[in-house]
Design a protein around this ligand. Structure first.
Ligand SMILES: [Fe+2]
Length: 385
């Protein structure tokens, strides 16, 4: 996040003595990425953050390909994924490649007896249903329906839900996730033409400091395996921090759509970018206002992108038979477009209430068995007259 933030108390100068009331020292930790070139934060712990007591077990949670090579357009019924109590167990990867894992989760319970850290990937949670609070060692972020929550790799967190009815779309990125560079100036500030700006980001707040010793389990995802580490002190023991590397939230409802006289291409919906995929937000908006405009998109070929579209709410103008939580997968190299009749029916329409999240990957995705379990099996023929 190219925006400076700080919480709690920090010393006037970095890398200098910072004393507790009893005269002993707080422990400084640099939390950064991309060597020392990426964004970083400096945090100050009551206890050394390095006190591993035990490494109990390691579980392989890497996704397994049920379909490695695919040309079939598919429609997955995401809300048919069965709920599970535990947050991590409820997370199911459906589509993946070496750059990105796309998954669904329907967790019923809050995380209470362990903490989690993804050391492999940035996590972008999209909250389709549910609300709660993300608790991290850098502070809390309350969340609700329509929120993107970006959690940088290495961030220790717990997620607490207000109820048991939760549905999440989870994107794990092996490349850092940023807002698009073209929206920002050379210092990183969002420009006037950006569909959102710094004011829309919700940063960590309410830094809670836990000075506790005991057995604290942190489940660490690394190289596709979940390692169970027991630490001697509570991981949320920070009295203050500052910097640029921290989680934040952004509501899809704060995305201001860019419209035109004729059909605008998908990049106007772009919300996040990485070196390997983009994330776009399709939000309620006025349609194209040229008197002869066709608001439905033209047929298009994703020659070098797999297109994943998660339907959140509203009617999706160019598709038939789409419901909330459905996910369409349009594979690279295969043209797709509006369903029969929707192209013509869109003419003269003034606006749309559609709400959807799109993930376009630059390399082909593979499908897991969970994806096949949700597949309607007939979508690829849905353009026949
Ligand atoms: Fe498309």
């Amino acid at each position: 996040m190219p925006l400076y933030h700080k919480l709690g108390k920090i010393p006037h100068k970095r890398h200098t003595t910072f004393k507790k009331p009893d005269g002993s020292l707080y422990y400084e930790q640099l939390f950064g990425t991309i060597g020392f070139d990426g964004m970083s934060s400096l945090m100050y712990h009551i206890h050394r953050p390095t006190q591993v007591k035990e490494i109990e077990k390691t579980i392989d949670i890497s996704p397994k390909a049920a379909v490695q090579y695919h040309v079939k357009s598919r429609l997955l019924k995401g809300l048919e994924l069965p709920p599970e109590d535990d947050y991590l167990q409820s997370r199911k990867v459906i589509l993946f490649n070496g750059d990105v894992h796309v998954g669904l989760a329907a967790p019923r319970k809050s995380m209470k007896d362990y903490f989690y850290k993804n050391a492999d990937a940035d996590e972008l949670l999209f909250i389709h249903q549910g609300s709660g609070t993300l608790k991290t060692l850098l502070g809390e972020i309350p969340f609700g329906c329509g929120d993107y929550i970006l959690i940088p790799r290495g961030m220790i967190y717990q997620i607490h839900f207000d109820s048991e009815d939760n549905r999440l779309l989870i994107t794990e990125s092996y490349h850092p996730i940023y807002t698009p560079k073209r929206y920002r100036n050379w210092f990183g500030q969002h420009l006037e033409h950006s569909p959102f700006c710094e004011r829309d980001f919700r940063l960590p707040q309410n830094l809670e400091t836990h000075d506790e010793k005991g057995d604290f389990v942190i489940k660490v995802k690394k190289q596709g395996h979940l390692h169970h580490l027991v630490y001697a002190t509570h991981p949320f023991d920070i009295v203050g921090w500052d910097g640029y590397n921290y989680p934040y939230a952004f509501s899809i409802h704060d995305f201001e759509p860019i419209t035109g006289r004729v059909h605008q291409p998908p990049p106007v919906h772009q919300t996040f970018e990485t070196g390997a995929f983009v994330v776009c937000s399709f939000c309620p908006r006025l349609y194209d206002y040229h008197p002869e405009a066709i608001p439905a998109p033209y047929n298009h070929s994703n020659i070098d992108s797999d297109e994943v579209l998660y339907y959140v709410d509203g009617d999706f103008m160019s598709r038939k038979g789409i419901d909330k939580g459905y996910i369409s997968l349009h594979p690279a190299g295969i043209p797709h477009g509006p369903h029969p009749g929707t192209y013509e029916a869109s003419i003269g329409k003034k606006g749309t209430e559609e709400l959807a999240v799109m993930i376009d990957t630059f390399k082909p995705l593979q499908l897991t068995q969970t994806a096949l379990n949700l597949d309607d099996g007939k979508y690829y023929k849905s353009w026949l007259e």
